[in-house]
Design a protein around this ligand. Structure first.
Ligand code: DC
Length: 236
């Protein structure tokens, strides 16, 4: 029925914003593949810039140093049947950008206007040409302010830290829960207090809280909300 909704050629856009660890990316991935939408994980693009800065040994808070790196790199997302591949100068860095150290780099570089401008066009271009589910921090407020559906997905710090902890264990890392908790709190503050495009709930977004929910329950909550909205918006 998604095909019927788009008969007039208009592409559908769904924006999912929220703090890190609320489940945005994994939930979006599953829903997008079920609905036949393209899932754009915008955090991955900021992570790719963060990785480039990390590789160059530049301090991510050094605006001039980051600018020099950002000006010379090419960051893109390629969508395959197996999901998004994130490319840095043509190299597939999808796995490398998930390292814990890159989270802090991504958050720091994402506060710089030059980095945000560089990535804004890429995100809008992808959304223009596809039915998309885009997840990030400023999608409903800045990147796609006219998105058809906006969701703000959140969860308590403890619940997000627990998920991140389990994810890192699965990846073979040796995380410390308390450190993760403080890193998440620091990132929340940095992401929501930066001057440009801060993490913020759009006025017309539906707020959903996944604290204490299993992946399946969080996924069902988001999917039901989107399905209801799609029916209201596109099936009279
Ligand atoms: O979603 P994530 O944890 O992979 O995002 C990494 C960082 O990128 C996050 O700390 C903030 C930044 N980001 C952003 O500023 N705007 C977005 N739309 C997505 C991510």
């Amino acid at each position: 029925w998604v095909g019927n909704m788009t008969e007039n050629g208009k592409k559908i856009s769904i924006a999912i914003d929220g703090p890190s660890g609320a489940g945005k990316s994994t939930i979006s991935d599953k829903i997008a593949s079920e609905f036949g939408f393209l899932h754009l994980d915008t955090g991955a693009l900021y992570r790719a810039v963060g990785l480039a800065v990390y590789r160059e040994g530049v301090d991510p808070h050094d605006a001039d140093g980051v600018r020099k790196v950002a000006e010379t790199i090419n960051v893109t997302a390629m969508h395959t049947p197996n999901g998004q591949k994130t490319l840095l100068n043509g190299e597939d860095v999808s796995r490398e950008i998930r390292q814990n150290v890159i989270s802090g780099y991504a958050s720091a570089v994402s506060a710089l206007p030059l980095v945000r401008e560089k990535l804004l066009g890429i995100q809008r271009q992808i959304a223009l040409n596809n039915n998309v589910l885009v997840d990030g921090r400023d999608i409903g407020t800045v990147v796609l302010p006219f998105a058809d559906i906006k969701i703000y997905l959140t969860a308590s710090v403890e619940s997000r830290a627990q998920r991140r902890y389990e994810e890192l264990i699965l990846r073979g890392e040796h995380p410390d829960y308390d450190t993760i908790c403080s890193e998440i709190q620091a990132r929340d503050i940095a992401d929501s207090t930066r001057e440009i495009a801060p993490l913020k709930c759009a006025e017309d977004a539906t707020v959903l809280d996944t604290s204490g929910l299993s992946f399946e329950d969080g996924y069902a909550l988001v999917k039901n909300t989107i399905t209801e909205r799609l029916e209201k918006c596109f099936i009279q």
